[in-house]
Design a protein around this ligand. Structure first.
Ligand code: PHE
Length: 331
């Protein structure tokens, strides 16, 4: 009876504690070196032989019971603690979530992709070229005379006497024709730079350049590929106007205008038959080979396609503007 009394008292105390620290104090109180059970064991020495055995059996049982109770309580305290922790972390499912805003393809990039798609289908190879160029590839080899206004500082960004930021993608014509033998059928896109800034011009803009060199390439081929392309890009109903023009590197040359929604003719591209002087500069026999070249402003085409009236909008990075092209999303 006495033996069970101590277990009952211990149990009461153990169940009254609320945390592990308090429980540890009780553990020491009953089972520690100077604890109740240890002290009782020491007292056994003073007892008679028979009593010694009985008492030690009882003490061992008590010890086991108390250990069991402490362990049980320890588990309970831990479970309670975890429950509390989880309650504090409760998720409020009525709160609005944080969502990631997914970007979209820039309208200039998607315009380039659309144009490349057409020309790839009709056999043009996509090539890329450099933006930092020398005078020879940007002007001289393209038959652009020394006195041409585009060579002045007002128009060209010069890096030094002989180096500049290319003013047109036509430099690629020269680089490719020097490297490859006809037939050549390439399309390139990229940034070009001119010292200009207003609602129709930015100092950096994009051009796409096409070049086709072979034995039987005619002006009619050039006109028909341009019509096919513009019908693909703007739809069959778009109004196209061809105008005679001048470029030093093509002869004859033409420009193409598109009728916009305000019924104004807007120039979208320049083109022509590659000038014999240019072919000579890249060592292609101009009595055997002919070719056409064309170049177009990507921003112009994008402005017409999306009905945008200020080119600068493309580069201001205003989210409200860019958001309108979400449908270009390729992700
Ligand atoms: N490079 C010309 C421009 O920047 C466009 C062009 C390219 C014209 C190819 C004829 C042939 O305006």
């Amino acid at each position: 009876m006495i033996s069970d009394n101590i277990v009952i008292i211990a149990k009461k105390e153990i169940y009254a504690v609320k945390d592990i620290n308090e429980l540890n104090i009780l553990k020491v109180k009953y089972l520690g070196k100077k604890g109740y059970i240890t002290k009782q064991f020491l007292l056994i020495k003073t007892l008679k032989k028979e009593e010694k055995i009985n008492k030690s059996i009882i003490l061992n049982k008590q010890k086991k019971k108390i250990i069991k109770i402490i362990k049980k309580r320890q588990k309970e305290i831990e479970i309670e603690k975890n429950k509390k922790k989880l309650l504090n972390q409760k998720i409020d499912i009525s709160l609005p979530g944080k969502y990631i805003k997914i970007g979209s393809e820039h309208p200039i990039k998607s315009t380039i992709n659309k144009i490349e798609k057409f020309f790839m289908k009709v056999g043009f190879k996509i090539v890329i070229g450099q933006e930092i160029e020398d005078v020879y590839h940007n002007f001289d080899a393209l038959n652009i005379p020394k006195y041409h206004p585009i060579r002045t500082e007002q128009d060209t960004f010069w890096l030094d006497k002989n180096t500049l930021l290319r003013t047109q993608t036509s430099n690629i014509q020269i680089r490719i024709m020097k490297k490859e033998k006809p037939p050549i059928r390439i399309l390139t896109s990229g940034k070009v730079y001119r010292n200009d800034y207003d609602r129709n011009h930015t100092p950096m803009f994009h051009q796409i350049e096409g070049l086709f060199i072979d034995k039987k390439v005619t002006f009619t081929d050039l006109k028909s590929i341009l019509v096919l392309f513009l019908n693909f890009f703007f739809g069959k109903k778009c109004k196209i106007r061809f105008r005679p023009s001048y470029f030093p590197f093509t002869e004859p040359s033409l420009e193409v205008d598109i009728l916009n929604q305000k019924k104004q003719w807007i120039e979208v591209l320049g083109a022509g038959m590659v000038h014999p002087n240019v072919l000579k500069n890249v060592k292609i026999n101009s009595s055997k080979y002919y070719g056409y070249a064309f170049g177009m402003g990507v921003e112009r085409l994008a402005m017409l396609q999306y009905n945008i009236d200020d080119i600068r909008l493309f580069y201001e990075n205003d989210i409200r503007f860019l958001k309108q092209f979400k449908f270009n999303n390729f992700i």
